[in-house]
Ligand binder design. Sequence first.
Ligand code: CP3
Length: 342
Amino acid sequence: MAERKMLTVLGGQTCDVPPIWLMRQAGRYLPEYREIRARYPSFLDLCYAPESACEITLQPIRRFDFDAAILFSDILVVPDALGQDVRFEVGEGPRLQPITTEAHLSTLDLNGALRRLSPVLETVERVRAALAPEKTLLGFCGAPWTVATYMIAGHATPDQAPARMLAYENPGFLERLLDMLVEASAQYLVAQLKAGADAVQIFESWAGPLPEREFHRWVIEPTRALVRRVRAEVPGARIIGFPRAAGLRLEPYLDGVAPDMVALDWTVPLEYAQRIQSRIPIQGTLDPLALLVGGEALDAEVRRILGVLGGGPFVFNLGHGIIKETPIPHVERLVALVRGEA
Ligand SMILES: Cc1c2[nH]c(c1CCC(=O)O)Cc1[nH]c(c(CCC(=O)O)c1C)Cc1[nH]c(c(CCC(=O)O)c1C)Cc1[nH]c(c(C)c1CCC(=O)O)C2
């Protein structure tokens, strides 16, 4: 089989030229994405349309020859599949019917969730069949805490105050919600791996604002349970953790969760990332704003990152999702720089 470079790195080896993909690489900065998107009144309908979702997953691979494709979907398909009302308003982001009571929680249907996610699993099968053998296919889900923050607040917030307040007021409620998300997410990731995903990434976008004890209870514990559940059903499953803005809690996260690779945001000092790399393969760190701005700033950042992290197990990526105003030539330049062709 042709070498899937990301799997080489996930296995702890170093590639001379690191593999590269970008978080949110399929999306609005691409005109070919916007064209398909315009045909669907609702973003979730697009997530559940296997033919279009497959095409969108492949678009950035065709255009930039990235080493990995990431399934086109969203972390909020899980609450939708559980039966919560989820919508995406153009220009406003996600809107959910907030869940804060036991009565509402008890209406969610764990048993039916995986069946409702079957179109996404069909997308995984289609992508694997269409993708070149040397390309890695990544599946994903949101981490239980991050998904819960949206389910509780009903929308994006700067500091996750609604979920954090509920955690203090009614920890038993949050525990029950997280247990349900661990189970639904485990079934979903296992199904993605069985449908053809080579590895899965767990997005913990909102690890940042939690105090230490809450970080252990709401981030580490549920994610550890999720990872164990997946590995119990798929031995050797390869899992990437992305605890964005974990700061000083990064090493406790690695101790507790034990992912195969960790994705780091751009605030992590590179010399510290290099130390982390001596225990686990690393992905990420480029500031999405450096890619947006381009020019000499981009060149310098990319060379600095490659200089510090390129000598060990490393996957080049952004430290968070690509910004939708990013010019396409900047992405082309980035790929050329990483491949030593610039
Ligand atoms: C928190 C989160 C969400 N979704 C996701 C996260 C975790 C990563 C992160 O922190 O960015 C993850 C995600 N969302 C999407 C993907 C697809 C795969 C990829 O290309 O990476 C992935 C991996 C598509 C998407 N998800 C969304 C879009 C844009 C929707 C559109 O085209 O109308 C895409 C392409 C919508 C979305 N989805 C979400 C929000 C807050 C929004 C609105 C804000 C925004 O628009 O960026 C929830």
